[in-house]
Design a protein around this ligand. Structure first.
Ligand code: ADP
Length: 167
């Protein structure tokens, strides 16, 4: 049974991420959605918040082979610790290609037993990113079509201008 790790910031989880996780669950015996927390990176949501939002997103699909975990440090090390041989990444249009290509090469050079498998983003999610969703909410618009309802509530509470009027 192949164990696959789907690593990412998930800051927050979008419908594009959900789609990749659900499709990966059909391909692999176990999928661990691994929420990264790296010291050099700024996140809008804490690790705990990102984990809880991702768990609630995935609970909706009732997939027994998908779990959510947080981690820090090297992705390949986390994968090894969980006996995973596959890393899943999503690819949108051409914009992701360079970054994802170098990331997968770096991971392969660190551990040749772990292969990165790319799933193409679905057509409706090609231009969806966590960054875009945050920007939309920060500017006072609705983003219900981009994220699950509980994620939208969390975004509104944290970023909507009505909750954070200019000083
Ligand atoms: P990271 O900081 O590791 O890039 P993200 O949460 O931004 O974390 O993305 C995690 C993975 O999900 C990446 O492989 C990214 O390309 C993919 N991804 C992000 N948004 C989408 C989307 N709309 N459709 C498909 N894959 C996506």
């Amino acid at each position: 049974m192949v164990v696959a790790v789907y690593p990412g910031s998930f800051d927050p989880m979008t419908k594009g991420h959900e789609d990749i996780a659900v499709r990966a669950a059909r391909l692999f015996g176990t999928v661990i959605l691994a929420v990264t927390d790296n010291a050099g990176k700024h996140y809008q949501f804490t690790l705990q918040e990102r984990i809880e939002m991702a768990e609630a997103c995935m609970a909706h699909y009732r997939l027994p082979n998908v779990s959510v975990e947080g981690f820090t440090g090297l992705t390949v090390r986390f994968a090894k610790q969980h006996n995973a041989t596959v890393l899943i990444r999503g690819l949108r249009a051409v914009s992701d290609f360079d970054y994802e290509c170098s990331l997968s090469q770096a991971n392969l050079s660190l551990d040749a037993d772990i292969q990165t498998v790319f799933l193409m983003a679905s057509l409706e999610h090609q231009f969806l990113s966590s960054r875009m969703v945050k920007e939309v909410v920060r500017l006072g618009a609705q983003a219900q079509h981009m994220v699950a309802p509980h994620v939208h509530d969390a975004l509104q509470a944290k970023l909507a201008p009505t909750n954070h009027p200019p000083a």
